[in-house]
Each structure stands twice: as C-alpha cells, then as structure tokens.
Unconditional design. Structure first.
Lengths: 190, 173, 131
C-alpha cells in the first residue's frame, strides 16, 4: 500500500542537535512544498491571518520549534523534545509580575491536546500612558508555511478545536526582583 | 466513487484545519476528538465503508506523491491512522505499521502520528489463529516433517497449507 | 514469559470487529455419541496470555496436545506468537476429529514446553435406553 513512498521517497535527514545539557534532540529536515501547500497557506492567512504581517513567504525545512530552537535548520516534531529543551536550556515561565520582552518565547497549549505551537517575541511596544505594553510574536506555523508576525492572541486557527488555549511566556532571563507586572493571558474556546 | 467521509480528508479545508499545528502528538489528540474521525470510525464500524475502500482511497492518495516535496495528503494519512488506531484488524495493523516504519523526508507528521498510534495499539488484545486437520497425520519425507492444516485465504474459501519443520507453504485446496 | 489467563475448548469462537471482544460458543464438556466411529467436524481450543515484563520482541511457542480415546500417541500442534500487545489470544481450530471409542478427549496446553492447563471432554456412547 505504501510501497511507493519507500521506493521513491528521500531518506530523512537530521542534524546533530542537543540541549544545553548535552541531550540529543531528535529532528528532521523536512521537504520543500508543492502548489497545494501554497494554496493552503494562502487560505490560512485569508481565514485567520488578516492582521498578520508576513516576514517571509512559504518555505520548507523547519517548523515552529525548529525556528525557535534550531535557527531554522530543521524541524523538531517530537513533543517530548519541546519539554526537554524548555527544561534543559534553562527556560522558565514568566511569573505574574513580569512582562515579556524581545527574544522571549510564547507557547500555546491546548487543555487536553498539549503543545500546539511555539513562537518568539520580536516586538514590544511600551506606551507613554503606562497602559500595558503590546507584544508581537514571530511564528512559523508548520514546515510549509511562511513566517508571520502577529499579536499573541491572534491565533484563530488554534482556537477552533473546542479546547481552552493557554498562552505561556518563557524566558531564559534570570528572575527579576519583585514588583514587575506581566501580561497573563488565557482564553477559552470560541 | 470515494465515500464522502474519506473524500473530506483530502480537502484543503481539512488540511488547513489540522495541518498548521506543528506538534504531531497534539494533532493526533485533536484528531481523536474530532467529528471527522468519529465519522470515519462510525462508517467503518457500521459497514458503510469497508477496509477495502480505505485501501483504495490510500492508493489514490499515494499517486500524488512527488519526491522532494512535502506530501500533499499528509493530513489525510494522519487521519486514516487515527481512525484505525483502535481497530484490531490485519488491515489496520498493515497500514499503521507500514506508515510508522517509513523514514522519508516528504512525510513528516503522518509518520510521527502513526508511531503514536502504534504505541497505543499495544493495549489492544490480539488474536493468533491457526487451523489444523486432525484426520491427516503428520508425515516425514526426505527428513522433513509435514503437518497439514487449512486456513481461510479469501472470504469463504479455505486453502490447504503445510508446515514443514517451521516453514509454511500454501497450496490451493 | 507471558502469564496464562485461560484455556477452553468450544464448538466455535468469534471476535467482534467493533469491540474486539471474543465470544466462545458451546464450551465442550462432553460428547454423547450415537455410534462409533464418529467424526467431529470442528472445534476450537482458545488460550489467552497476558504480557509480562521482558516479553517484548521474544518468540513464544504454544503447543496443544490432543489425546483422543483409543489412540496411543497424542497429536501436537504448535503456534508461534509474540507479545506485542497486552493480551494475546491463541485460537487453534481443529477439523475432522475422528472418535473411535468412548473415553476422555484431553487437550493439554503448553508454553515453550511447559504445561499450563488442561481441558477434558468426556466422550460417551448414548445408551440405547436414552433414545
């Protein structure tokens, strides 16, 4: 039934990738894409990404985790690896008093499905009237999409599954002294 | 003509819904709870579609494979794997095991999802069946021990087989 | 080694495709034969095994030894399997069993040569007074 894949497919490739602690991270350099994927990415942006700003058009090779943790070199598809990297690379979840800053990470976790996506904060706008700063996230949705800049909560395609989506901010920065506020967000199913 | 519940799995709508989530394990969990997979399972269980039609559907999908390009029906293969996850039939075994064993760059998510499905199938009770004719006695010839038994080779037919030492040969009845 | 769960001999067995449950029909306890010799067309010996630590990727062999009344040598059939699941059922169908005289039809189940269980079916001739 699947012999054609075996006969004609290209053997998967990976690179040597490890956490800071030296644990190997399984990865796969994914293929390029065809016209179907271009069309689907266009539909995704049309349906859910009206306010997204495209940084890079559709490209293959890497997914969201590969963009964030492997410099766009490969895809990290193994869920356990995402948790491993957050742990062994010294990331911590921002506490209530902290605000995210450029370079911090944003993860999207569904209540019963686990991690759906991870992106990187690329813009923080601070307002002179001291209202909460706004952040923008750079995301690579999958290994056939482009890269889009968006507001953290602007992920309509992740909200369509009747699950509560929890947005978490992660940083490698040391924990600050007490007193700073953070934007804590969690929204329910649409 | 492809049944509707299967045809939907290769649409852009389905691929856009499930294809832009980067974690295959999460995609599997979402598929498990989805109406689309529930529809396929129900259709299989109630006989509205057969495993044969699923096989035909998959064979059609495979025709769109292009070496070096991400397979356009990766989401559909993932959906089939999840639909068959709790089905203890040889076809489900074949599909999930075959998909899980692939190591090609063009299939990212569906292979990972099939591996998750395969892990979970360990919880299914499995059956090994063999058939023996007691009337005929085992005999020896040229130092080999022959033991005759019959198996169903196609629905409704039986085929005489022989166990020769530990090897099995088939012969039409 | 997988742990033994049950061993029974019945007229037939069926696996429900939807639920994957096994059903046994007419568990055999005795045959009342009007006249010998008599041919039993079909029966099935069913055993069930549970996965234990260390069973992965190991080949196991179950044997069913069938001792027919009046025959000295039992017939032994073997089935190889792996415990790639939590529970493995082994169904051995037997066709064309000839019964020559009354006695005990004994089925012995072995795993890798070690006896695990027995199932005995009494074979009796119907008393003409019962007809």
């Amino acid at each position: 039934m699947l012999e054609q894949f075996r006969l004609v497919g290209r053997h998967e490739r990976s690179i040597r990738l490890q956490t800071h602690a030296g644990t190997d991270v399984p990865n796969i350099i994914e293929s390029g894409f065809g016209r179907e994927h271009l069309e689907r990415y266009r539909q995704l942006r049309q349906r859910h990404g009206k306010h997204w700003q495209q940084r890079k058009p559709a490209c293959g090779i890497y997914n969201c985790a590969g963009f964030v943790w492997a410099s766009r070199r490969t895809s990290i598809l193994d869920e356990a690896a995402w948790e491993l990297i957050l742990n062994e690379d010294g990331y911590r979840s921002l506490n209530q008093e902290e605000s995210p800053t450029i370079g911090d990470l944003v993860s999207y976790r569904a209540s019963s499905a686990g991690f759906l996506h991870v992106g990187m904060i690329v813009e923080v706008t601070v307002f002179t009237d001291l209202s909460s700063p706004t952040t923008k996230v750079l995301s690579k949705w999958n290994s056939t999409s482009g890269e889009d800049v968006h507001a953290p909560e602007d992920v309509g395609h992740l909200r369509q599954f009747d699950q509560e989506i929890r947005i978490e901010f992660w940083t490698d920065r040391p924990a600050p002294a007490k007193g700073k506020k953070r934007d804590a967000e969690s929204f329910g199913a649409s | 003509m492809t049944p509707k519940v299967l045809e939907h799995l290769k649409t852009d709508e389905f691929a856009v819904k499930f294809g832009f989530i980067s974690n295959p394990a999460a995609v599997r969990r979402l598929l498990l709870k989805s109406n689309e997979i529930a529809d396929v399972r129900r259709a299989l269980n109630q006989g509205e579609i057969s495993e044969g039609s699923v096989r035909t559907f998959v064979n059609d999908l495979v025709k769109d494979f292009r070496s070096g390009e991400h397979f356009p029906h990766d989401s559909a293969l993932s959906a089939i794997a999840v639909s068959l996850e709790y089905r203890a039939t040889p076809f489900a075994d074949e599909f999930i095991n075959d998909l899980a064993s692939l190591r090609i760059a063009e299939l990212g998510h569906s292979v990972h999802i099939a591996r998750e499905c395969k892990k979970n199938r360990k919880h299914l009770s499995r059956t090994t069946t063999k058939y023996f004719i007691l009337k005929s006695k085992p005999f020896e010839k040229n130092g080999l021990r022959f033991e005759e038994f019959i198996v169903p080779s196609n629905p409704g037919t039986l085929t005489k087989n022989y166990v020769v030492n530990d090897y099995q040969f088939g012969k039409a009845a | 080694m997988p742990s033994f769960e049950y061993f029974l001999v019945a007229e037939s067995a069926s696996i429900d495709q939807l639920s994957n449950r096994i059903s046994l029909f007419h568990v055999l306890e005795e045959f009342k034969i009007p006249e010998f010799p008599f041919n039993i067309h079909k029966l099935v010996a069913v055993s069930s095994w549970n996965w234990e630590e260390g069973d992965d990727e190991v080949d196991f062999q179950s044997m069913v030894s069938v001792s027919v009344p009046g025959k000295e040598e039992p017939t032994i059939v073997t089935t190889n399997f792996q415990m790639d699941c939590e529970r493995r059922r082994v169904l051995n169908y037997f066709f064309d069993l000839d019964l020559e005289c009354p006695g005990e039809l004994k089925f012995e189940l072995l795993l890798n040569g070690e006896s695990q269980a027995h199932h005995v079916v009494s074979v009796k001739e119907i008393d003409s007074a019962e007809l």
